[in-house]
Design a protein around this ligand. Structure first.
Ligand code: PSV
Ligand code: MN
Length: 424
């Protein structure tokens, strides 16, 4: 479903006067507001193909109605998000949940919506119907070479799909590990995994990157074979220049200093991708910025600082994806909230007075350093984000417009109440 342009214009017209007032008040004291608005307008976050339906827990899944029934409908949903916020111009496909039957047609449909294909995600963490060998005891780490081969073959297929769609990267997240002490020989598990990843790496097209995603625990609860950024970096370094670490916010042990992790990975030129979500306890799949917005700000602050130090392009040099889907909100509203939270935090990080911070650090002025960061974090930057949307043709208040236009009700009418999107 698409919204007619005049509906967005009418909505913006209603909110225009209040927006102009807030924007003028904020930018009066912001000499580089224009640069920030431009950067916000350029920034795009990929939506994973599995997050368009209501997520579930291992106990239950409560479908919300009108969920996309096909990859085509998922692309339409992302097209709608992108129409509303102009910052969701990419999709990240999970194979085999969303196998494109006709790559060229899917690519053309996405292009109609202004959507490109971000990283492709392989899945060797579940057994699929008809699959020959089981991943119950791991995939790339498996003691049986035939299982490892099957996992490698799957990744090669994912690359082929990605090539047809114009993607440029492969994300490998392995749930491999062990649930009990003694179950695994850690060294052999690492070596098997490395060897399997090397086979996949060898098949990467010249322009592609491979992202090695780590996760501390779940579904394995004693050890994970790519368990933290050190292990991921070790694989990425051994694999070669096209391999990078991918940081997913929800994949750390409680209180891990994620901002320090991203700073060091950027310093080494080995941060490749980033998955946004929020959590209180583990990999909770909650809306970005809903629980720990200050932590997100501190991470973004290091991302901006570290990317600038290497002359990287904020929009294109890292793969940015939302990776969350819980079971109580409308998934489209939730994604709008997540993208908004990402842009707000990005804007706050862009506000940090870098020269002043450097000088405070040089002088061991701890109080001043904290003030500088918190001044940025405590600034209400929402008018900057809204202005970026307005200038690129999006809605001043995407969720309000989504509700006013009764989008979900229309999707339920078109698709039915009992549809269940593919995914977890
Ligand atoms: C695993 O928890 C993960 O973060 C990986 O990125 C998967 O591809 C995704 O979530 C969906 O399970
Ligand atoms: Mn992830």
């Amino acid at each position: 479903m698409q919204l007619e342009k005049y509906k967005i214009d009418q909505h913006n017209e209603t909110l225009s006067a209040a927006h102009k007032r807030k924007f003028a008040a904020l930018t009066a004291d912001l000499p580089h507001a224009e640069t920030i608005v431009k950067k916000l307008a350029d920034f795009q976050v990929a939506i994973p193909s599995w997050a368009l339906g209501t997520g579930g827990t291992r106990f239950a899944r409560f479908a919300g109605g009108g969920e996309p029934r096909s990859l085509e409908e998922k692309i339409e949903d992302i097209g709608l998000l992108h129409q509303l916020n102009r910052s969701s111009g990419a999709i990240s496909l999970h194979i085999p949940w969303d196998i494109p039957k006709n790559g060229a047609a899917i690519k053309a449909l996405a292009a109609q919506h202004g959507i490109r294909f971000d990283a492709m995600n392989s899945n060797t963490f579940q057994d699929q119907p008809g699959q020959k060998l089981s991943y119950k005891f791991g995939s790339m780490q498996h003691v049986d070479k035939a299982v490892r081969r099957q996992a490698v073959e799957h990744n090669l297929e994912v690359i082929e799909h990605g090539v047809a769609l114009g993607s440029q990267s492969l994300t490998v997240w392995l749930s491999d590990g062990s649930c009990f002490p003694g179950q695994l020989n850690f060294r052999k598990a690492f070596q098997n995994t490395l060897e399997s990843l090397q086979e996949v790496y060898a098949a990467l097209p010249a322009t592609w990157k491979m992202f090695v995603e780590y996760k501390a625990f779940e579904p394995n609860f004693y050890s994970t074979t790519v368990g933290d950024w050190g292990q991921s970096l070790l694989y990425a370094t051994k694999l070669g220049p096209k391999a990078y670490t991918l940081v997913d916010l929800g994949h750390h042990l409680p209180n891990a200093n994620i901002e320090q992790i991203v700073a060091l990975l950027l310093m080494e030129g080995k941060l490749g991708g980033f998955h946004f979500n929020d959590s209180k306890y583990g990999d909770d799949d909650l809306t970005v910025g809903s629980i720990k917005p200050y932590q997100l700000f501190l991470i973004f602050n290091e991302l901006v600082e570290g990317m600038d130090a290497r002359g990287m392009d904020h929009t294109t040099d890292l793969g940015w994806m939302i990776d969350a889907s819980h079971n109580v909100k409308d998934p489209l509203e939730d994604l709008l909230q997540s993208v908004e939270a990402i842009l707000i935090t990005y804007a706050q990080a862009l506000l940090v007075d870098r020269a002043a911070l450097q000088s405070a650090q040089q002088n061991n002025d701890v109080v001043r350093a904290q003030e500088i960061l918190q001044n940025a974090f405590r600034t209400d930057v929402r008018p900057l984000v809204a202005e970026a949307r307005l200038r690129t043709g999006g809605a001043l208040d995407p969720i309000q417009l989504f509700r006013d236009q009764q989008v979900r009700e229309q999707l339920v009418k078109q698709r039915g109440l009992k549809t269940i999107a593919t995914g977890l």
